[in-house]
Design a binder for this molecule. Structure first.
Ligand code: C2E
Ligand code: CA
Ligand code: CA
Ligand code: CA
Length: 279
């Protein structure tokens, strides 16, 4: 039996410990935000360790709330997921990313990969592949530059269906990354049975580097396993030179983190790329 998503939000939010009233208000505000252009994408560069170039960017949602200022996704994505609003929001994110992808070619950095996060809840929309297809067709973008990031738990609810969606989208040229790899229900067989071309090592492991030998072993194992399957590895949450050097020694492919750059508005990203001589 499927639990109705959203069925419990009226009472209490266990994850965020916020009241039902607050949650309802947030939901109403969010609906309004989607219509009223209060949502914005920030872009965090991903650096290729072999070439020292920005290979791509992860698109991260921000909410310019009229009263509360900039609100981060950890605060509103759970609300959007429970209410189902993540579905239209998710399509907006893909549309926006495609628009920037087109712009990036005109600005002189073709080949930049745009990675977008997909929520488990978006798989509940049976028109997902069809809608994504329509968006990329209308935007007329090079689909090989579009990457979708998803967590394994996003697919576990209905693995067969998820597998079919991924295959269909993969046939259009879209590639997939497994996000937060190493946490939750990692199942190595997913790597084999799904069209995954990249794994992102969760930042909790990176942040343990230097404090825990286990973290080192896990990171080494993930990189070697991924590479043996022809899968690239991105480390997220890299903040220090020490972490960077360890990852370089382990032949990690790309890194993402505050050490290089925080997520930033589009204008700043354009400047960032120009300053690095990539435009
Ligand atoms: P995520 O996909 O794991 O994204 C990486 C998060 O790590 C981002 O947080 C990013 O700002 C943060 N980060 C990057 N480098 C560092 C670092 O060096 N140190 C630290 N401490 N953090 C770093 P953010 O932007 O707050 O996003 C949080 C989560 O919200 C994302 O986690 C993702 O799960 C979700 N999210 C963001 N945008 C979207 C979206 O458009 N759709 C969906 N469904 N989820 C989104
Ligand atoms: Ca992500
Ligand atoms: Ca992640
Ligand atoms: Ca995450």
């Amino acid at each position: 039996a499927k639990r109705e998503p959203g069925s419990s939000y009226r009472f209490y939010d266990h994850q965020l410990h916020i009241s039902a009233g607050h949650q309802l208000r947030l939901e109403g505000d969010l609906r309004h935000a989607l219509r009223g252009r209060e949502l914005e994408l920030y872009y965090q560069p991903r650096i290729d360790l072999a070439t020292d170039e920005v290979r791509g960017v992860e698109c991260l949602l921000r909410w310019n709330h009229p009263e509360r200022g900039l609100v981060g996704p950890d605060e509103f994505i759970p609300v959007a997921e429970r209410s189902g609003l993540i579905v239209p929001i998710g399509y907006w994110v893909i549309e926006q990313a495609c628009q920037r992808l087109r712009e990036s070619a005109d600005l002189g950095f073709p080949g930049l990969v745009f990675a977008v996060n997909l929520s488990f809840r978006q798989f509940h929309d049976r028109k997902m592949t069809e809608t994504i297809f329509r968006i990329i067709f209308n935007a007329n973008v090079d689909t090989s530059l579009l990457e979708l990031e998803l967590t394994e738990s996003a697919m576990m609810h209905d693995l067969d269906y998820a597998q079919r969606c991924l295959r269909e989208l993969n046939q259009l040229g879209i590639s997939f990354a497994l996000d937060d790899f190493g946490t939750g229900f990692s199942s190595l067989s997913n790597l084999q049975h799904l069209p995954i071309s990249l794994v992102k090592i969760d930042k909790s492991f990176i942040q343990e580097l230097g404090h825990s030998a286990d973290a080192e072993h896990i990171i080494r194992a993930i990189i070697s396993l991924a590479h043996s399957l022809q899968i690239s590895v991105v480390a997220e949450g890299v903040e220090t030179e020490g972490q960077l050097e360890f990852l370089r020694d382990q032949h990690c492919d790309e890194i993402q983190g505050y050490y290089y750059a925080r997520p930033m508005p589009w204008k700043d990203l354009v400047q960032f790329l120009r300053n690095r001589g990539q435009a």
